[in-house]
Design a protein around this ligand. Structure first.
Ligand code: CA
Length: 220
């Protein structure tokens, strides 16, 4: 089931889109401002972002720029007024994303959404990088500055989780549930132990401890 984040501050449009997508089996979350849209879009919890340009707090262009600057590759379909399509296309810089002029019929939107989701699967990222660290998701190999490093399956999954969220603080509980599964004892110190292993193998300064919060992969 695909999870769609809808960033739209006009309740009427948001409700229309949400109702239609749910009827077609999508899971949806609606947010009405740009900052929340950016924060949720980079959480890794969504497969696609429907992004209105005119949003309070941070407009759609700024949200998109922020996500791409963080190498967040979530597919984005931009919702824009029909008379500003030209500005929108210019604002997408290279056209990696799609746009949908308002007003639109639901079927038109659905077609774009399905297309973007299919394209995402085809063009799936296979190598994650951060600075001189690279993880090849197909060969399950890590590379630090051109040197191959052996990681166990758990270490690899933990490293992958960090590389999918560069610069973000990840809480222990978050890492525990993501890498070890929900039924793991929340009091366990296994995350700290494995972060230590990763530091030994990938470089001590690469993963920062954020006191009382968790860990962060240092982004360049
Ligand atoms: Ca708007």
């Amino acid at each position: 089931m695909s999870r769609v984040l809808i960033a739209e501050d006009e309740p009427r449009i948001a409700a229309f889109v949400e109702k239609g997508l749910r009827a077609h089996g999508f899971t949806t979350t609606v947010v009405g401002d740009g900052v929340t849209a950016r924060n949720l879009a980079r959480s890794g919890e969504f497969d696609l972002l429907l992004l209105d340009i005119g949003l309070p707090g941070m407009d759609g262009f700024a949200v998109l720029r922020a996500l791409r600057a963080e190498r967040c590759a979530i597919p984005v379909v931009v919702l824009t007024a029909r008379d500003s399509v030209q500005d929108t296309v210019a604002g997408l810089e290279g056209g990696a994303d799609d746009y949908m002029p308002k007003p639109f019929r639901f079927e038109e939107l659905l077609a774009r959404v399905r297309l973007r989701l299919a394209g995402d699967r085809l063009a799936e990222v296979t190598v994650l990088t951060c600075g001189d660290l690279a993880l090849d998701l197909r060969t399950r190999r890590a590379d630090v500055g051109g040197r191959v490093v052996d990681l166990s399956a758990r270490e690899f999954t933990l490293a992958e989780t960090f590389l999918r969220h560069p610069g973000q603080v990840l809480a222990r509980e978050q890492l525990l549930s993501h890498v070890w599964g929900y039924d793991f004892d929340p009091g366990s110190n296994v995350v700290d132990v494995y972060v230590r292993y990763l530091r030994k193998k990938l470089g001590a300064e690469r993963i920062e401890t954020v006191r009382g919060m968790g860990y962060r992969l240092v982004a360049d």
